[in-house]
Ligand binder design. Structure first.
Ligand code: NAD
Length: 338
């Protein structure tokens, strides 16, 4: 439970970011009024104000916070610029060493949690161009990097339905064979968890056709990138998908999966569900408020039914959806403020 001194940094971001971040702020102010919300700059807004997509002041504020809630960054104005808003996001992940990316995908009887390694593999290995023009990217993992993400996935599976699917391409890749070995070495420490190994191509097919079979999926960076977007697609789309990126001991980073949606920015019609589901993850993993997390999650389900936004086939504006969520929280007696 928050003691009253905890600080959450709110980074509204660009495009629809400030619109959905406002709804998250209003919910947090009502659910956990004792928590301090410190707004800081990131992305295009930060470039305009300071010249940097991630000012030092923002890094310092995030490091001293218990959690960071972030809207999307990105602005077409900077598409061809040397300094781009998205650089701020990658730099923030690195500054906070958030190596574990949790991507829940929930709809009906589907409840999958994808645990993606976020700071290793192909996206961080050596890359370049050889003299003969060949271009290369390298996938590298140290067993320690695998062990820490695998352990976290085991703990999460242990707290859920007890099934862990480790996804790799062990029939082809050396890194995958090592990944599989580490999973099997850690497994005996978690006797309550059943482990299965699945090749990534099969995992994609199974996720698309029978996603109900999965509980927790753990996988490396690029496979997780692709599979988690697929899982989002089969459970309602981008406007619905939240994420949590966690470190060991430091503040976690909670953010929607979608981008800044410049095509609808400023019109007040963005779906705030992904941002509010990221707030659920923040309440659960960042603030250790499981009751408030469940209350917000339930209120979101009710508001999705009663006040869907345009992308869900309804007519509610961002603000109307947010109001419906807060009304539901009040009806459920989840608010601590009068
Ligand atoms: P996008 O996610 O912004 O938009 C894709 C489509 O989905 C658009 O039609 C958009 O209107 C719709 N959409 C997205 N979120 C929505 C929501 N909450 N409610 C209703 N509709 C929604 O992806 P994009 O167009 O490829 O990228 C736009 C910008 O966002 C780019 O600058 C990109 O770099 C950036 N981006 C940032 C992040 C991040 O900050 N984590 C992630 C992805 C993309």
């Amino acid at each position: 439970m928050p003691t009253g001194r905890e600080k959450v940094v709110l980074l509204s971001g660009d495009g629809i970011g400030p619109e959905v971040a406002l709804e998250a702020r209003l919910v947090l102010e009502e659910l956990v009024p004792e928590v301090i919300i410190d707004e800081q700059l990131i992305g295009a807004a930060a470039i305009r104000a300071t010249g940097s997509p991630l000012p030092q002041e923002t890094i310092d504020a995030c490091r001293s916070a218990v959690a960071v809630l972030k809207g999307p960054v990105g602005d077409p104005e900077f598409d061809a610029a040397d300094v781009r808003p998205e650089q701020g996001l990658l730099a923030l992940r690195a500054a906070l060493d958030t190596y574990a990316n949790l991507r829940p995908a929930v709809l009906g009887d589907v409840d999958v949690l994808i645990v993606r390694e976020l700071v290793g593999g192909l996206y961080f290995g050596a890359s370049g161009v050889r003299d003969d023009g060949t271009v290369f990217d390298t996938c590298e993992y140290h067993p320690r990097q695998v062990e820490r993400i695998v352990r976290r996935a085991f703990r999460l599976a242990d707290s859920r339905r007890g099934l862990l699917t480790s996804v790799d391409k062990a029939n082809v890749l050396e890194t995958s064979r090592m990944w599989r070995r580490v999973v099997d070495e850690v497994a005996p420490e978690y006797p309550g968890v059943r482990v299965e190994h699945m090749l990534v191509d099969n995992a994609a097919m199974q996720l698309a056709t029978t996603p109900q079979q999965f509980d927790v999926i753990v996988t490396e960076n690029m496979f997780g990138d692709i599979l988690s977007d697929l899982a989002a697609a089969v459970t309602g789309g981008l406007g619905m998908a939240p994420s949590a990126s966690l470190s060991d001991g430091g503040p976690g980073l909670f953010e929607p999966v979608h981008g800044s949606a410049p095509d609808i920015a400023g019109r007040g019609i963005a779906n705030p569900v992904a941002m509010l589901r990221s707030t659920v993850l923040l309440l659960e993993h960042g603030l250790a408020c499981p009751e408030s997390a469940v209350a917000l999650s339930e209120a979101l389900k009710a508001a999705i039914e009663s006040s869907p936004t345009q992308d869900l086939g309804g007519t509610a504006t961002t603000a109307e959806f947010g109001a419906a969520v807060r009304e539901q929280l009040a009806v459920d007696g989840a608010l601590t403020s009068p």
